[in-house]
Design a protein around this ligand. Structure first.
Ligand SMILES: [Zn+2]
Length: 152
């Protein structure tokens, strides 16, 4: 691979994720040593990937905590009788509602990162076709495109 031939985003992404086959990875890493442009792209992908992973881990932990809390409340509710049960039910519902809005807030916080990531795909997509670029991205596979942003 010469300096004129840059690996595409999907390849750099796979390299960052460590999923490239050995010969490919050697070629890409050799290219990265020569090419500051791809090195920059690759570093951005690494940072973004690490940030996403961290966020995903934090969210997983948070969700486990919320589930545990909810389970405790539900157990309480199931054990209660009479008017006490109504109070416990109220506690469960309140917890559900507050968890729901917390989740929504966390999703909103994810948006800017996601949008930034999408923009990078779009930039490379101008030349190579966005569909190809997206198809190679492990992060995008499970995502549906976000709704069109509101005009400013
Ligand atoms: Zn390059």
């Amino acid at each position: 691979m010469s300096i004129q031939h840059h690996p595409d985003d999907a390849t750099l992404m796979a390299f960052a994720a460590g999923t490239l086959t050995e010969p490919f990875a050697v070629v890409v890493s050799a290219h990265l040593e020569m090419c500051g442009q791809c090195r920059k792209t690759s570093r951005t992908m690494n940072d973004l990937g690490a940030a996403m992973m961290q966020k995903a881990d934090a969210m997983k932990q948070h969700m486990a905590d919320m589930n545990a809390k909810l389970q405790t409340l539900v157990d309480d509710m199931n054990k209660s009788r009479g008017s006490a049960k109504v109070d416990k039910m109220q506690a469960v519902i309140n917890e559900l509602v507050s968890q729901r809005s917390m989740m929504q807030k966390e999703m909103m916080d994810m948006q800017p990162q996601m949008m930034h990531h999408m923009m990078e795909h779009m930039q490379s997509g101008m030349m190579k076709g966005m569909a190809d670029s997206m198809a190679g991205c492990p992060m995008m596979k499970h995502m549906t495109p976000p709704a069109a942003p509101e005009p400013k």
